[in-house]
Design a protein around this ligand. Structure first.
Ligand code: HPA
Length: 290
């Protein structure tokens, strides 16, 4: 389960990409389930299938294309993952987060993570967006951490802090952008909990997660964020609420992947527009703090 790749393996992938495109992205975006449409909005688009990139893991989930897309959103050069890797596909977590270190070696300074999530907070409706203020790394609390094993000091410190993982300035900015967009629904801000999946949660599990302090639940994002913070990237993210978690035994509905993809599809335009404006108005990062 421990990282089989050396620093040089990440370097090889970064150098391969830099030698196959002239674009020099500063912002990376990981597109969650049904949210890959953002990558079609870029100009000067240049795309690579994961299959052609040395050392890159391959994606297996329907709704996740498996493509790395370079291009501009307004004047900002971006690289976007259309399709990510999940623990439930059988990948060790260091592999799930492999692209993040490659981005850092390509001099990306900011990572934007997006995902589809179940709404545990009863105020959340399907189609709502939650800015991620904090996370609970449920697999991590049981020892499943992408940083497990020998530390690579060239990426970061052995014991990185996580109390400041989601950038406060960018979160404030997002609220300002949301106000300007004049949306009916509020922009939520809350805690994302990662579970291993692939099954959706039982009612008892949803109740447990809610009582733990989580507002939304999903099967991704946290490994990438941990690795990004470890190597000094600025991180910002949001969840699209694609279904309401089932919290009472009277309900006869169940969560399913089609519902998740459908909600992602319907809210995609709003989301894409939101991310575009955010990227456009994104300030440069402050100095690295560790
Ligand atoms: N649980 C876990 N992951 C999810 C959910 C959910 O309800 N919805 C979308 N991804």
């Amino acid at each position: 389960m421990e990282n089989e790749f050396k620093y040089e393996d990440y370097k090889k992938t970064a150098e391969w990409l830099l030698s196959h495109t002239e674009l020099r992205p500063q912002i990376a975006v990981i597109c969650g389930s049904g949210l890959g449409g953002l990558a079609n909005r870029v100009t000067q688009r240049q795309a690579f299938d994961y299959t052609e990139i040395p050392n890159f893991p391959q994606s297996t989930v329907p709704g996740h294309a498996g493509r790395l897309v370079f291009g501009y959103l307004n004047d900002k050069c971006c690289v976007m993952m259309q399709g990510r890797f999940h623990m439930y596909e059988g990948y060790p977590l260091w592999k799930v987060a492999f692209p993040v270190r490659v981005f850092q070696l390509m001099h990306v300074h900011t990572l934007i993570v997006t995902n589809a999530a179940g709404g545990l907070n009863p105020e959340y409706e399907v189609g709502d967006i939650m800015l991620i203020r904090d996370h609970i790394n449920l697999p991590g609390l049981c020892g499943q951490n992408p940083l497990r094993g020998a530390n690579e000091d060239r990426f970061g410190v052995r014991f990185p802090p996580m109390s400041d993982a989601y950038d406060r300035i960018l979160r404030q900015k997002a609220h300002g952008v949301w106000k300007q967009m004049d949306q009916e629904r509020p922009l939520h801000e809350g805690t994302y909990v990662m579970v291993g999946g692939p099954n959706y949660e039982t009612i008892a599990e949803c109740r447990f997660l809610q009582r733990m302090g989580a507002d939304a639940v999903g099967m991704s994002t946290v490994p990438e964020v941990i690795v990004a913070r470890h190597c000094g990237l600025r991180v910002f993210g949001f969840s699209l609420i694609t279904n309401k978690s089932i919290l009472d035994y009277e309900t006869h509905e169940t969560a399913n992947h089609e519902e998740v993809l459908m909600a992602g599809h319907q809210a995609a335009k709003k989301l894409e527009q939101f991310v575009c404006i955010l990227v456009e108005s994104m300030p440069p990062p402050l100095e690295k703090t560790f």
